[in-house]
Design a protein around this ligand. Structure first.
Ligand code: FES
Length: 163
């Protein structure tokens, strides 16, 4: 069994909650690996006694799942109402400038996936970003530039290219 398949199996079979569903299994894989490989869809179908088509239907319904390996790092920028009121647009402009991109997407060097989010669930600390799934509140253009620099200099949580 190759390394990716082992990680898929471990993620699916080590779910702590008593009720395992297609969605919980997909979330476990996404958390562990950073995307949903084809092998994971087959394994989730086996485990939950459903079909590959049914698993794909669930997976494709949720826009946050990705089906190709992620970049080394993930940066989410909240532009929800609370963050917007507290200066998110200046934070986002500084982050885009620091990364050297014009909007959402993956950088061509595979280092960073940048996404907008409509609420990261920490409105009291607006404006908020998430750097490799670590929430960072009360951002300013200066802070987000430093956060992007630190993020790009840190080791990838998923390993290079998610594998
Ligand atoms: S609107 Fe940004 S964290 Fe809720």
């Amino acid at each position: 069994m190759d390394g990716l398949k082992q990680r898929i199996t471990a993620a699916i079979h080590n779910q702590p909650q008593p009720t395992v569903t297609v969605l919980s299994s997909l979330l476990a894989v996404e958390d562990a690996i950073g995307y949903i490989p084809k092998d994971a869809v087959e394994e989730v179908a086996d485990l939950t006694g459903t079909t590959i088509n049914d698993v794909w239907a669930v997976a494709s319904f949720y826009p946050n799942f990705r089906f190709d390996p992620p970049c080394e790092h993930q940066l989410e920028l909240c532009w929800g109402p609370s963050c917007h009121l507290m200066g998110a647009m200046a934070v986002i402009a500084a982050a885009l400038d620091q990364v050297g991109v014009e909007g959402e997407g993956d950088t061509s060097d595979g280092k960073l996936s940048l996404r907008y989010n409509t609420c990261l669930g920490a409105c009291a600390q607006a404006p908020v970003i998430s750097a490799d799934h670590n929430l960072m509140g009360r951002q300013s253009p200066e802070k987000v530039r430093a956060a992007v620099t630190a993020l790009l200099a840190s080791p990838s949580p998923h390993g290079q290219g998610g594998n």
